[in-house]
Design a protein around this ligand. Structure first.
Ligand SMILES: Cc1ncc(COP(=O)(O)O)c(C=O)c1O
Length: 356
């Protein structure tokens, strides 16, 4: 019940244990097509270029920046936690001129801040972390998307923690580049990064003056393997991880996206209510608190690390610590994917009650 990885359903683990086939085996190629189709349903997009990058969420982040950015391009990045900070680092390494739009950790990036940052600027990309796992804040994207497109920029979104746990509507919200990870609300082990690029983003990539600096993450090369035509070997696909992703996406769609979001919301509400009865509150901005990651304020005089150690040693429950300015001040309780259950909520509440 930490900030990820979440628990994995038994059938996903079982899928990973199946015999290997080659990465160009017809049965694997058929599975790749099903993975792409299911990812489009989960991202709510018709984007052709929707597939999993080999690597964790951060590989998805590098993929988006490496393909969209050329040295000297201006990029506006919302920074309100660890992962906005990481995006700024990755973009700078791609040669971007980074403009940071900062908010206090725990608060969202406000649309007015983006409007202000775009005043007099013409950035190529505006990048936002949808669900900041380090703080538990969910930044709404619809209004920001309009502001970004009115300024002629592309919208790049981190959905590592949001995808599968709350609405992420790639086409409706006009998202141009998005990446996620398998180990949070999709409840699959860490190792793949689902990504999707809009036609608008693909046009920008097609008109690059320079080649994509990363060979491994170049979408033009990856498209020859993940695209529709004759499959050309690029790198050996992580076969077992793709088996796992296939099964986890099948489970997401079997539950239904709406049902899954409602389950995450209901378990968050149940946790919040139980925490309030213990005199505990949530640290992130009211009205923008994540359902899948709860940053709980540590009460005065309580040993933050000691409680986490006892939860693990005596109750078999792992939760996460605060990071950066929130270190020592919050516990991070994940209710992600398969781990988001009434049973888990009641168990962590009972354990916290006995410890406090
Ligand atoms: C919001 C967010 N973005 C990016 C990442 C990086 O993903 P990974 O650790 O899988 O590389 C994480 C991981 O926790 C995350 O929570």
């Amino acid at each position: 019940m930490g900030p990820g990885p979440s628990d994995v359903p038994p059938s996903v683990l079982k899928a990973m244990g199946q015999s290997l086939v080659g990465h160009l085996d017809p049965s694997f190629v058929g599975m790749m097509e099903e993975i792409k189709a299911m990812l489009r349903q989960v991202f709510l997009t018709k984007n052709e270029m929707t597939f999993p990058i080999s690597g964790t969420g951060s590989a998805g982040m590098e993929f988006c920046f490496a393909n969209l950015i050329e040295p000297g391009d201006e990029v506006v990045i919302g920074v309100n936690g660890v992962f906005g900070t990481r995006m700024a680092d990755v973009a700078a390494r791609c040669g971007a001129e980074v403009v940071k739009v900062e908010a206090e950790w725990g608060r969202i990036i406000e649309p007015a801040q983006i409007t202000e940052a775009l005043n007099g600027r013409k950035p190529k990309v505006v990048a936002i972390v949808h669900a900041e796992t380090s703080t538990g804040a969910l930044t709404p994207l619809e209004e920001i998307s309009k502001i970004v497109h009115d300024a002629g920029a592309l919208l790049l979104v981190d959905s590592v923690t949001s995808l599968g746990g709350c609405p992420v509507r790639v086409d409706d919200w006009g998202i141009d580049a998005i990446y996620s990870g398998t180990q949070k609300c999709l409840s699959c082990p860490p190792g793949l990064a689902p990504v999707s690029l809009s036609d608008r983003a693909m046009k920008v990539i097609a008109h690059r003056a320079s080649g994509v600096q990363s060979w491994y993450l170049d979408v033009n090369l990856l498209a020859n393997y993940w695209g529709e035509g004759a499959r050309v070997y690029h790198h050996t696909a992580p076969i077992s991880m793709n088996y796992a992703l296939h099964e986890s996406l099948r489970l997401v769609l079997e539950e239904g996206m709406g049902n899954r979001w409602s389950r995450h919301e209901a378990n968050h509400v149940r946790l919040r209510k139980g925490l309030a009865e213990l005199g505990l509150g949530i640290a992130s901005q009211e009205g923008h608190q994540l359902w899948q990651l709860n940053a709980v304020t540590v009460p005065e005089g309580v040993d933050e690390a000691g409680v986490r150690k006892s939860l693990l040693d005596d109750h078999g429950i792992e939760i996460g610590p605060g990071l950066g300015p929130l270190a020592g001040k919050v516990w991070r309780i994940g209710l992600m994917g398969y781990s988001s259950s009434e049973k888990n909520v009641d168990r962590v509440l009972a354990a916290l009650k006995s410890l406090l």
